[in-house]
Design a protein around this ligand. Structure first.
Ligand code: S3P
Ligand code: PEP
Length: 430
């Protein structure tokens, strides 16, 4: 895809599509419950559509009408064994949370994915599920998909201390724990996104939080709340927040943004770097708001420690942000980036470097020196949606020539209308 550049600024008010993490969980929990659940604001991106397909293959009726998703389920006990391996494409969330559910089904299933997903680590989920009593194995004795699971209706609760900060691992264990005998406790060393535990509560499940540990009692029924409304994804909004800050003559207002505090690290980083950003809460519980951002002078900062899980998916676009800040930005404690759709430490650095960024990799992050002018080159998303969107925003800064973005269609994983929404707010168009 050729990207015309030298943006004259971004202006407009709009909203981004539904939160990806919440969309996955809405279909999963609605499928586990008995009855009908209407979901509004569902993200119709490839990853969340893979979750819908997975539960259809387990026998759940799921309809998409007028951008609303209707899940009609007879409950977890009535799931049927899929005839084929379940293919969840590029979606790590579907595979890891899905494994937690498959572990509780008393039959054999196989789950697999695309060429990126079959290289992502699964032992982090398989290990605790084995401890709970499921038989789980990867391809040819490895930890990689296709993953074969022989589940059991006789899972046992565990007390598990998380070796990595991962909401996917935490959620897989909690979902298995929901069907296990006794209590399951998950202890986090650093708090990760809490959508699973919060949404389980919406489905009437008794889940207790104490500091960074979560306790779920096993064998509880889920009760559908009837309807769910999903806010816009702050991880998608992040691309436009950064774009508006780094492109001169910009002011962008994004409405209906999810503001769950386990996800708002990007707002904290923008503020700490000196960005002009305001957040207006628009619901009664502080979970949704309007974020307004405009062109700003920025300075480098260090981003490390407990904030990392609160902005893990935003680190590629934060790296671009840092190229436009004066001084040095250090990103540390982010080795988890190596296990995403690509090795995002290496790929962020190599692609931004092609455009002229001064960016070095470290064992657990990146060091970026700014402010740098970016130049036109051919770059690639490497099939990673967040890298693709980061590079598309980077292209807006290039003053002369054209940027060619290879594998631009990867954006459809989390944001199918990304280029259309970008074009709509660009003064003079894309
Ligand atoms: O639970 C989730 O919905 C997600 C958790 C994060 O992954 P990890 O749990 O591997 O950190 C994140 O990167 C991913 O995009 C979505
Ligand atoms: C890492 C991501 O997703 P997943 O792990 O679900 O593939 C992401 O969306 O950036």
């Amino acid at each position: 895809m050729q990207l015309k550049i030298a943006s004259k600024g971004l202006k407009g008010e709009f909203s981004v599509p539904g939160d990806k993490s919440i969309s996955h969980r809405s279909v999963m929990l609605a499928s586990l419950a008995t009855g009908e659940t209407q979901i509004e604001g569902f993200l119709a991106g490839e990853d969340c559509l893979a979750t819908i397909e997975m539960f259809r293959e387990l026998g759940v009726v799921i309809e998409i009408v007028d951008q609303k998703v209707k899940v009609i389920s007879d409950g977890h006990r009535k799931f049927s064994r899929p005839a084929q391996p379940i293919d969840v494409g590029n979606s790590g969330t579907t595979m890891r949370l899905g494994l937690g559910i498959l572990a509780s089904l008393p039959y054999e299933t196989t789950i697999t994915g695309d060429s990126s997903l079959v290289k992502r680590p699964m032992e982090r989920v398989m290990g605790p599920l084995r401890e709970m009593g499921a038989t789980v194995s990867g391809a040819n004795g490895t930890e990689y998909a296709p993953i074969n699971t022989v589940g059991t209706s006789d899972l046992k609760g565990i007390d598990y201390t998380m070796p990595v900060a991962s909401a996917q691992v935490k959620s897989a264990i909690l979902l298995a724990g929901l069907f296990a005998q006794g209590e399951t406790v998950v202890r986090e060393q650093v708090k990760s996104r809490n959508h699973t535990e919060e949404m389980l509560k919406q489905f009437g499940v008794d889940v207790k939080n104490a500091g960074t540990s979560i306790t779920i009692k096993g064998q509880q029924p889920l009760k559908t709340p009837g309807g769910l409304n999903i806010p816009g994804d702050i991880s998608s909004a992040a691309f436009f927040m950064v774009a508006a800050v780094i492109i001169p003559n910009s002011c962008v207002k994004i409405t209906n943004v999810g503001l769950n505090e386990t996800r708002t690290g990007i707002i904290d980083v923008l503020k700490a770097m000196g960005a002009k950003i305001t957040v207006e809460v628009t619901d009664s519980i502080g979970q949704i708001g309007t974020v307004t951002v405009s062109s700003s002078d920025l300075h480098g900062i260090t981003i490390s420690g407990e904030i990392i899980p609160r902005l893990i998916d935003e680190l590629p676009i934060i790296a671009l942000l840092a190229t436009q800040a004066t001084g040095q930005t250090v990103i540390a404690d982010a080795e988890e980036l190596k296990h995403k759709e690509t090795n995002r430490i290496d790929v962020t650095a190599s692609e931004l470097r092609k455009l002229g960024a001064d960016i070095q990799t470290t064992s657990d992050g990146l060091i970026i020196k700014g402010k740098t002018e970016l130049t036109a080159r051919k770059v690639s998303s490497h099939g990673d949606h967040r890298i693709g969107m980061t590079l598309a925003i980077a292209a807006l800064l290039v003053q002369v020539g054209e940027v060619e973005l290879e594998q631009a269609d990867a954006v459809a994983v989390s944001y199918p209308n990304f280029f259309k929404d970008l074009e709509n707010i660009m003064i003079g168009g894309l």
